[in-house]
Design a protein around this ligand. Structure first.
Ligand code: URA
Length: 242
């Protein structure tokens, strides 16, 4: 297992600088496996060593995978000059340097956004080659019919000539008296669902992503909140590629 300097491992979490770690270690506030460590040059194994600062255990696992229930009005980016981003919603204790959304939802779309600092996993999730299923619920102005379902299943051509892969479409119970539908996409074209419904003469009034790669959005996660994926969820997501 890889060994790294204590100060470097702690600073990689993004909250403290190496200088901060040195100062805290000199004050006797840093322990590794229960022993006070004053030399920050000491090598540790982030996967197995228990590092505490001021008595608080750090999670030094270099990669983090978060499930966020994105609210409306937030952009799917790491940083934005004017708008609040999905990364701005991550609480300090779950924040890691380099965290970003693996896949985008529109500003007015809600639901499951995966945030990670694992570029390789994000690349695999986003690659159209891997056909990761993403499930959405759309609230519509008009109900779907057999023709709409067939158009989605056949892979429709959008107004600008872009061709979508076949997508599945099914009825959902109506939402506040508005018709609703469930869509499964295996790719991510810009505004895809809104544009597909527009092609059938329908307007999407609200859109929510409820699952990705077989992992469902936790119904107990309030809008704007996030949590780490469980080990089972992480394996499920990763297993989709084998
Ligand atoms: N399709 C859309 O139109 N918007 C989204 O945010 C996701 C899929």
């Amino acid at each position: 297992m890889e060994q790294v300097r204590l100060d470097k491992a702690v600073a990689s979490l993004g909250e403290l600088s190496r200088r901060d770690v040195k100062k805290l270690a000199a004050q006797g506030q840093v322990t590794v496996n229960g022993k006070v460590v004053k030399r920050v040059e000491e090598k540790i194994t982030p996967d197995t060593d228990r590092v505490c600062i001021g008595g608080k255990l750090l999670n030094l696992n270099p990669h983090i995978y978060l499930m966020l229930n994105k609210p409306e009005g937030v952009v799917s980016a790491s940083r934005d000059e004017k708008e609040k981003t999905v990364v701005d919603l991550v609480p300090r204790e779950l924040f890691r340097r380099g965290i970003f959304p693996a896949g985008r939802l529109d500003k007015d779309t809600t639901g499951f956004v995966l945030l990670t600092n694992d570029g390789e996993l994000a690349h695999r999730i986003l690659s159209p080659k891997n056909h990761i299923p993403k499930v959405y619920i759309a609230v519509l102005d008009l109900p779907i019919d057999e023709d709409t379902i067939r158009m989605f299943a056949e892979g429709m051509e959008l107004k600008n000539g872009e061709v979508c892969k076949p997508a599945s479409l099914a009825h959902e119970p109506s939402w506040e008296a508005q018709p609703a539908a469930r869509i499964v996409l295996r790719e991510g074209i810009y505004h895809q669902i809104k544009r597909m419904f527009a092609k059938t003469g329908r307007e999407v009034l609200a859109l929510k992503r409820i699952s990705m790669g077989g992992v469902s959005l936790d119904p107990s996660l309030a809008p704007g909140c996030c949590r780490e994926l469980t080990e089972i969820e992480r394996e499920h997501l990763l297993d989709g590629f084998h």
